[in-house]
Design a protein around this ligand. Structure first.
Ligand code: SF4
Length: 457
């Protein structure tokens, strides 16, 4: 579900609920609570100039790959302008551009950026929302790098997709790079033999499945190798599609989404080995890989990894009757201890459908949780994690960058354009099209998860 910005609450309500404002109050001692880093109160441009890193927030402990895009220096007037001036400049630039530009805001983006978005949603919803604006010359994607790549895959060649801060990557997506996955594929061929050969049921040894939260290069990889893309909403349907065509699945980059989804489908944990790209055979024996039904890449989201079973227990003590809903990127014990797990869209719809007076503890990114709390005052809604810790890379997009890219467009200059090369885009679109065509099997004919034909061999 993509939310039109008109559906959101007033500016005043939104500003009061802002994570950015909460962090500033905590940092100055004017507010209670705790944030995961005092550096969150700084301007993101202070980190653009330093060593390559994700910046303060949930992902800061992860390792950013060499070669990741670097943001050039943001001009001083955008770094020093008061917040109100930046908002005024953004509004003026948007009014000047009119239909020539569309601004997309991811659910996890800070409210000070969301208030200028024409559409708000998750990555795939936003890429599709952009399709409704074919006349827009520029798609300004206030999200992270892989999302801008997906928008470029789905938009027309004439449209420029712009990421306001090039340092807005995704630590999870960066955990699976193309060369590591190619290396994994070669090692799997040594174990399974010809990866294109089919068994008596027409299934190849392994089907690669990549989460939407991955680079376009990996979407292209799965497209070239008979694989498919999934989202957190359709992961079960996509795994069913893959099991009809393969004896097993190689799932990357998020081990937790893969494990939680496959477990719910009845795949035993002992048939879900982890693939550590730094170890031979991913740290497995050939026998373990033979028996595998889902091979899980050693990747995770640093935001969703923060949620714990202890937090759920505390929420149940503090709020008897609370409904705990977590995102499937959370670790399996957290998903098991929650009342429900589902995509961002699932969480939003559950809150919308609840009777007034409901209490929700939510295990997903804090910007969305605080926005939902402000948008649905008839409920009590809070984040499972008491520490305020936004996604580092989403937080790299600040109104200063949005004002800069929009004013550059007004001046006739396209900056920070994200372009996927044709040789990558073609197979990546194939993988996305397979996902769109994948349908849940009819109940009567729904297959069980198959065993690999050489299981136990
Ligand atoms: S919330 Fe997690 S998966 Fe999403 S952009 Fe941030 S690090 Fe990546």
């Amino acid at each position: 579900m993509t939310i039109s910005i008109d559906d959101l609450q007033t500016d005043d309500t939104r500003a009061a609920a802002s994570v950015d404002r909460t962090i500033r109050l905590i940092t100055t001692g004017a507010g209670s609570g705790e944030s995961c880093s005092p550096e969150l109160a700084k301007g993101p441009w202070e980190f653009d100039a330093g060593p390559a890193g994700y910046g303060p927030g949930s992902s800061m402990g992860d390792v950013i790959p060499t070669g990741s895009p670097r943001q050039g220096a943001l001009p001083e007037s955008y770094r020093t302008a008061p917040a109100e001036e930046l908002h005024r400049r953004i509004r003026t630039a948007k009014a000047t551009l009119g239909d020539r530009a569309v601004v997309l805001g991811h659910f996890y983006q800070r409210d000070e950026v969301i208030e200028h978005a024409d559409f708000v949603g998750d990555s795939f919803q936003l890429a599709n929302a952009a399709l409704t604006r074919p006349d827009a010359e520029a798609i300004v994607f206030c999200g992270v790098h892989f999302m801008a790549e997906t928008a470029d895959l789905l938009s027309t060649p004439e449209q420029a997709v712009i990421l306001p801060n090039l340092a807005a990557g995704c630590s999870m997506a960066d955990m699976a790079d193309e060369s590591s996955v190619e290396e994994c594929w070669e090692q799997l061929a040594e174990v399974y033999g010809d990866l294109a050969a089919t068994d008596a049921e027409g299934r190849v040894p392994v089907i690669p499945v990549t989460y939407m939260n991955s680079s376009a290069a990996l979407k292209g990889f799965v497209g070239r190798h008979g694989g498919i893309v999934c989202t957190s909403s359709n992961a079960k349907t996509v795994l069913e599609w893959a099991f009809e065509r393969g004896q097993r699945v190689l799932f990357f980059p998020d081990q937790h989404l893969g494990r939680n989804t496959a477990k719910a489908m009845g795949v035993p944990l002992e048939q879900m080995p982890m693939w550590n790209p730094r170890r031979p055979l991913g740290g497995n024996t050939a026998g373990e890989l033979d028996d595998a039904r889902v091979i899980l890449w050693h990747g995770f989201c640093s935001v969703h990894r923060r949620f714990t079973v202890d937090q759920i227990a505390q929420a149940r003590i503090d709020h008897p009757g609370v409904q705990v809903i977590v995102h499937p990127e959370c670790p399996m014990p957290v998903v098991d201890a929650a009342d429900a797990a589902g995509s961002t869209d699932f969480i939003v719809k559950a809150i919308q459908a609840a009777p007034a007076g409901s209490t929700f503890a939510i295990g997903t990114e804090i910007n969305l949780v605080q926005r939902l709390a402000a948008e649905y005052p008839q409920h009590t809604i809070f984040c499972l994690d008491p520490v305020v810790c936004p996604c580092s890379t989403m937080y790299r997009i600040h109104p200063g960058y949005l004002a800069w890219v929009l004013e550059e467009l007004v001046a006739g200059r396209v900056v920070n354009r994200i372009t996927v090369a044709d040789e990558v885009a073609e197979p990546a679109r194939v993988a996305l099209e397979r996902m769109l065509a994948a349908k849940p099997p009819a109940a009567a004919t729904q297959p069980s998860v198959p065993q690999p034909s050489n299981a136990g061999a």
